[in-house]
Design a binder for this molecule. Structure first.
Ligand code: ES4
Ligand code: ZN
Length: 331
């Protein structure tokens, strides 16, 4: 088979994708129009032009929050998630664990009932109509307070069965990860699974990885490419069987060498025998590349063998929050 056919046909799990960041410009315009929200963009191409202003995490987050502000109703959340599930399935993804950021919406006056209501409908519909299975991960914004995260976690008790774990995203700030120790302790006590972003190239990134492991006691790290910067971290991540949900995504305005760096780091993590997987992160707002596309790009950029691509897909199921029976059925 061609590499393209091989990659697309291989069953894969997505473990690192922000539902808000899957919103394609066309869907953004549709949602804004039906909600009566005026946008400065004449068409999808104009939205893509705006996304070309993103060149690092803070600049990306600014535009992301601007576009997300169009999302209001349960129907919007349902449509957003269904569009992602269909797109992921078209590239051979069979299972997804999907981040959602309630604080982004609560701060705009959108109630938890609309968020959970829409997401739950999409999850059930995807299973019934597509045969696609998904679970949700509640993600907190690291630059907001731990108290706010705790409040959102507690307020979500009525929907406890609609999410399997918690995570942290947004740019890293001083105090992370210790700042969130109490939130993670409480979530662990509720039987929730634990992960956190350790984004590429953030300040004190090695210390952040150690804090994620030893203070937050996470089972996975989202991105985690800087594990390579500390040999002791490489050993700890291997011994503790920590999943690294890497994402070699491309901004609309490509930073020279960024794909090479990320794909190269993923290859090295595989060579160290770590449980790294390959994920799409924010595909709707970064070049519309989903897992199959990204595997092909990464493979062509740094020469990942077919065995390595199989290992990435295998790792995605090994580190997914599946029951043993579910995992056996996928592997
Ligand atoms: C994100 Cl890539 C990334 N990192 C941190 N926070 C995020 N939110 C959406 N995408
Ligand atoms: Zn992310």
């Amino acid at each position: 088979a061609t590499l393209h056919a091989f990659v697309m046909a291989m069953p894969k799990a997505e473990l690192h994708v922000h539902i808000e960041g899957t919103m394609e410009p066309e869907l953004y315009l549709d949602i804004a129009a039906r909600n009566g929200i005026a946008t400065p963009y004449a068409d999808a191409e104009a939205v893509r032009q705006r996304l070309r202003d993103a060149h690092d995490l803070p600049s990306f987050i600014g535009i992301y929050e601007e576009l997300i502000a169009a999302i209001r109703s349960a129907q919007d959340f349902r449509d957003l998630a269904m569009a992602f599930f269909a797109k992921a399935q078209s590239q051979g993804v069979v299972y997804a664990e999907v981040f959602f950021d309630p604080q982004l919406h609560l701060e705009r006056g959108i109630p938890l009932a609309a968020i959970f209501g829409g997401l739950a409908r999409a999850r059930i519909e995807a299973e019934q109509t597509l045969g696609f299975k998904a679970r949700y991960i509640m993600c907190f914004l690291r630059d907001r307070s731990a108290d706010d995260a705790l409040k959102v976690l507690r307020d979500s008790a009525p929907w406890r069965d609609e999410f399997i774990g918690i995570g942290l995203d947004n740019p890293e700030v001083d105090g992370f990860p210790d700042k969130f120790a109490a939130v993670f302790d409480e979530a662990r006590g509720m039987g929730l699974r634990l992960t956190t972003h350790c984004d590429v190239g953030q300040p004190n990134t090695v210390a952040h990885h150690w804090g994620a492991l030893d203070v937050l006691k996470v089972e996975r790290i989202d991105h985690g490419l800087n594990v390579l910067d500390d040999p002791k971290l490489i050993d700890a991540v291997r011994e503790r069987r920590i999943g690294l949900t890497a994402a070699p995504t491309l901004f609309y305005t490509e930073i020279p060498g960024r794909m090479e760096y990320r794909a190269g780091a993923i290859k090295q993590l595989l060579e160290h025998g770590l449980l790294v997987s390959l994920n799409s992160d924010d595909p709707g707002m970064k070049r519309s590349l989903y897992i199959g596309d990204l595997m092909l790009r990464a493979a062509r950029t740094v020469g990942l063998s077919r065995d390595m691509l199989v290992q990435l897909a295998r790792n995605s199921f090994v580190t997914a929050w599946l029951s043993d029976e579910e995992r056996d059925a996928y592997l």
